[in-house]
Design a protein around this ligand. Sequence first.
Ligand code: R5P
Length: 295
Amino acid sequence: MESVIVGGPASTDLALSLSRLLKLPLLSVKYTEFPDGESKVTFSEKVDGSTVILVQSTYPPIDKHLMELFFLAHHMSQEGAKVHAVIPYLAYARQDKQFLPGEVVSLAVLSHLLRSAGVSRITTVDIHSAESLRLFSIPIYSASAIPSLVQYAKKNLSVTKPIIIAPDFGASKRTEAFATLYGGEYARLSKERDRVTGDVKVRQEDLDVKERDVLIVDDIISTGGTVRAAAELLRKAGAHKVFALCTHALLVGDAQERLVSAGVNEIIGTNTVPSKVSKVDVSEVIASHLRTLTE
Ligand code: R5P
């Protein structure tokens, strides 16, 4: 039976784009809200027996987007569909272990909830850490947006003597992959985050960025604390232009303004989180993976 695409309210454009790329029909669903903020989902077509590619990112408001995802998945699996959730930005992925005693491993709970809601397979983009995939008992694949970010950078950023910077240890692999494809030198900063206040400090001795343009590459920019600290350090060390590239630009609160005031010339994100800075489209990256499953 033919597959269909369902676009959750967080990812309507991406769902439309996947439906065009994969030449699959887009099922129509109505999303409304009760006066107290509860989400309501109404299907106008039957979905029985099909494989459904359910596209719903989980950027803020995170818990609302998750509830919508659960409602959609549960209804469709009850109707007999096999639900493949495409969750371009997978929330809670950073709490994949206990950092301080007593902390709940949120990603483990989320994994359980997705499965209980009827999701039988997940595709995401640049999950925070590859190791966290082990918390899932259903197949999960994390596609990489790095080649698309590289393509954007090559085409659109005018840079002199570029150096690619990982703002912390966790960003190393991604940033190294970026540097290899981009063809630039690569360096890593050391980051310390206060696990209680969330405050960030970055350090790096022997870093020669004088008169050079810097591309900071990370998976997520949330409060902007990490990239801000990195940009300040790099500017002090004599960097010329500073670009911040990431897959998921959450930019909570006044993150964008604070990054600009720290000397960031341009922020580049992807449409896993739709916003003014989501300049890179990940539809094709997701579509190519989905094709491997159907061919
Ligand atoms: C952490 O390890 C991540 O890769 C990001 O660097 C971090 O989550 C970004 O968060 P924020 O923008 O709040 O510093």
